[in-house]
Design a protein around this ligand. Structure first.
Ligand SMILES: Cc1cc2nc3c(=O)[nH]c(=O)nc-3n(C[C@H](O)[C@H](O)[C@H](O)COP(=O)(O)O)c2cc1C
Length: 193
């Protein structure tokens, strides 16, 4: 058990932090963040090693433009609040995708498994998202996960391939306040001998 403890502590340290400042913690560069996300995308396992995970990082004017467009596309004041806070308070956002071309090739190559591949893509994307979230928080960043997928897709820079489906947005910056209280359910892991 002791060998697992540092890893489990790291997992437990990842939290949703909505209070962000549009800056990076001292000693962390945007290149560090890019390298971190690159390593996660590289090492996250995928079905049949198909490697369909993709990610980009928005910062600066592009980050502000995309989130401004998301807010403008939402037609109620309450709904605009989160995108506007991301625009103004986050330093950047990681956009996670899977490449539909990879899923379609798997379906063509392994027809017996065809129905499972979209779900496998979702699983692997989720793994990449949570590993990235955890890794950014080990760098001292705060982050929260959002799903403005259709709005974000419509607002992204033109050179994103049409076959890339948006899965989520991991919004990050220097933490402005600690994470809130969290309650836990006791979902006991039973042992069967
Ligand atoms: C798959 C998934 C989807 C989520 N979607 C959103 C979301 O769209 N917006 C949001 O504010 N938080 C979202 N969250 C954050 C959860 O609400 C949060 O992780 C949960 O309340 C536990 O809190 P913690 O992240 O501090 O451990 C999502 C989390 C997961 C794992």
């Amino acid at each position: 058990m002791s060998a697992l403890t540092p890893y489990l502590k790291t997992i437990a340290s990842r939290r949703t932090i909505y209070a962000l400042k549009p800056e990076l913690p001292a000693g962390v560069s945007i290149k560090d963040i890019q390298d971190t996300i690159q390593a996660v995308i590289k090492n996250t396992p995928t079905a049949f090693n198909s490697q369909g995970n993709r990610a980009i990082i928005l910062t600066g004017e592009t980050h502000r433009q995309v989130w401004d467009a998301v807010a403008k596309a939402i037609d109620n004041e309450d709904g605009k609040k989160r995108p506007l806070s991301v625009r103004d308070e986050a330093y950047g956002s990681v956009i996670f995708f899977t490449d539909d071309k990879v899923t379609e090739k798997l379906q063509a190559d392994f027809p017996a498994w065809s129905a499972a591949f979209p779900q496998f893509g979702d699983h692997s994307s989720g793994a990449a998202q949570i590993s990235s979230w955890t890794a950014l928080e080990t760098l001292g960043l705060g982050a929260h996960l959002q799903h403005y997928n259709g709005y974000v897709k419509a607002a992204l820079p033109g050179k994103i391939p049409e076959s890339w489906s948006v899965h989520s947005q991991l919004c990050f910056g220097a933490p402005g306040a600690p994470a809130g209280e969290k309650s836990f359910a006791v979902n006991k892991v039973e042992l069967f001998n």
